[in-house]
Design a protein around this ligand. Structure first.
Ligand code: UT7
Length: 318
């Protein structure tokens, strides 16, 4: 059992922000160049459109700025920047270098690559740094999957999009807590979803689908158990926005009603490490979170990785 479960780290998300490229690419537009259709994509994935454009760094800067503004804090107050991305702008240095500079931060900065699970990996890492003495950590999930997509491959091109989501986290004694978390990796499955350096994404779609349901269910259950709560007590689930069918099946297996899951993938497609903070930002902007709510973040991705966190929301106007 991890330590967060025993000591329940007091933390709160004090600000958030979402950045999406302006350009909308609909299923119908993709159908003009690919042997596919709006009906097929909608039925098999729930995706209607995606946003394409920008760079990972520029989207991260935009989301980060909004998160700082919403937290009401200046860049000088951030003690650490973590960027979750599997599509960095450069091989070297980390995308976080550019983002740190452009946001005017004067703290340490690093990237974490755990594919689509990267944001939850980074959030849990950020919480560890709060425990180690940081007062405020900026965690951003940012991706430009469109740069790694083979636009002639209908089995992958329909699924992905670009975007970024950011949160500011800080210690709290007003009820907000990281109650439990789970991070996992099954490296033996790394070949079913991968891109070699300089290449585009390869995915064994239906195998990834099956493994994704297992990973989401096991990871989610593990975090819920470590949090010491029951699935019925979870008021909101922010799942990785890969495919509505994966979410439907996983929610059933987790024992949580589907209505409690946030789904924005119809508008964003799969934005990998950005998908959970984008969906979380959407839920927060739409007042879907109340004081003392228990929120489950749950994701899976290439690796295959999986990651979950159960967060208790604190006082709303802290
Ligand atoms: O962040 C993690 C990343 N990845 C994922 O989460 C993806 C997980 N997998 C999936 O979401 C689904 O497997 C897909 C949406 C990719 C595909 O859905 P599926 O129900 O698993 O379809 P399938 O791969 O079994 O393909 C069924 C048929 C095949 O034709 P045949 O062999 O039955 O004749 C495919 O060639 O659908 C065909 N197909 C398409 N048809 C129209 C595959 N892609 C397309 C397409 N349009 N875009």
């Amino acid at each position: 059992m991890n330590k967060a479960s025993e000591e329940h780290l007091g933390m709160r998300i004090s600000g958030w922000g979402v950045a999406l490229p302006e350009r909308i690419v609909t299923n119908d537009e993709l159908s003009q160049t690919l042997d596919t259709s709006n009906e097929w994509i909608l039925e098999r994935s729930g995706i209607a459109e995606r946003r394409i454009g920008g760079s990972t760094g520029s989207l991260a800067v935009e989301a980060g700025k909004l998160a700082l503004k919403s937290a009401g804090v200046g860049p000088e107050t951030i003690d650490l920047l973590i960027i979750a991305t599997t599509t960095p702008d450069d091989q070297i240095p980390a995308t976080s270098s550019k983002v740190q500079h452009e946001l005017g931060l004067s703290c340490g900065a690093m990237d974490i690559n755990a594919a689509c699970s990267g944001f939850v990996y980074s959030l849990v890492t950020g919480c560890g740094f709060l425990k180690a003495g940081c007062n405020r950590v900026l965690v951003i999930g940012a991706e430009t999957l469109s740069r790694f997509t083979n636009w002639e491959d209908r089995s992958t091109a329909i699924l992905f999009g670009d975007g970024a989501g950011a949160v500011v986290i800080e210690p709290s004694d007003a009820g907000g807590k990281l109650l439990g978390w789970d991070l996992s990796s099954s490296g033996e499955l790394r070949d079913i979803l991968h891109a070699v350096i300089g290449g585009t994404l390869y995915m064994a779609g239906s195998e990834v689908f099956r493994k994704a349901v297992i990973a989401m269910t096991e990871s989610g259950k593990s975090a819920i158990a470590k949090a010491g709560v029951s699935p019925e007590e979870i008021s909101l689930v922010i799942p990785h926005q890969a495919n509505i069918r994966i979410i439907e099946t996983s929610m059933k297996k987790l024992g949580i009603p589907l209505e409690r899951a946030v789904w924005v993938g119809d508008k964003t497609a799969n934005t990998s490490a950005a998908s959970i903070p984008i969906a979380l930002g959407h839920a927060l902007d739409n007042n879907q979170v109340a004081a003392n709510d228990l929120i489950l973040l749950v994701g899976f991705g290439a690796g295959m990785t999986a990651a979950s966190a159960v967060i208790q929301w604190g006082e709303i106007n802290e």
